[in-house]
Design a protein around this ligand. Structure first.
Ligand code: ZN
Length: 192
């Protein structure tokens, strides 16, 4: 079942963009690429050496980066964890900070973790059929808290751009870790 939804998530572009003839781009992030985002660096290193799992991937079209265009695609975050911290995306602000984004869940069970430069933060639990509105000014990260691939469709203003650097230095204020089989939201020690 999971495989079918992934196939759909990938092929959705061909039906949606028929006639636009833009190239589909895929990006894969293995643990080695993003290991610094996890708390437990020792465990991350061990896993990279051991089997270096694929943590997430996303597909998008190279649409024109104009204000009137829409950037859209699908994001697949795989199940897993590093020392109890669930697999997640790097997360980003938009270069144009005043840009919102919509995520619609196609499969799986996840959290959307959000925070703005002023220190406000929030999260939304996402299941298939739910949409999340990420307000402008909020950095956002997908987190897979389930056992299947967590797949979302996203859409935002074409010229918004991605700012990964700001969030990279200290991470989000909150981290989501598994405790007794349930997601637990705790403070990020790097912010304390
Ligand atoms: Zn975004």
């Amino acid at each position: 079942m999971g495989k079918k939804v992934i196939d759909q998530a990938v092929s959705i572009f061909f039906s949606l963009t028929d006639g636009l003839s833009k190239e589909r781009q895929s990006s894969k992030r293995y643990l080695a690429d993003i290991k610094s985002i996890f708390r437990d660096q020792k465990e991350a290193e061990r896993m990279v050496t051991n089997h270096n799992p694929l943590v997430y991937e996303f597909y998008e079209l190279g649409m024109p980066a104009d204000a009137g265009d829409l950037a859209f695609g699908t994001s697949i975050t795989y199940p897993g964890s590093v020392g109890g911290e669930y697999f997640m995306t790097k997360g980003h602000f938009h270069n144009i900070l005043e840009t919102a984004e919509v995520y619609y869940c196609l499969q799986g069970h996840g959290y959307m973790l959000m925070e703005n430069p002023e220190g406000e933060w929030d999260y939304k639990e996402v299941t298939p059929g739910n949409a999340v509105y990420v307000p402008k000014r909020f950095a956002h990260r997908s987190i897979n808290i389930g056992n299947d691939p967590f797949i979302t469709f996203f859409c935002f203003r074409g010229d918004a751009g991605h700012d990964y650097k700001t969030i990279e230095s200290t991470g989000f204020r909150k981290v989501i870790v598994e405790k007794d089989g349930k997601p637990n939201i705790i403070n990020n020690p790097r912010w304390e």
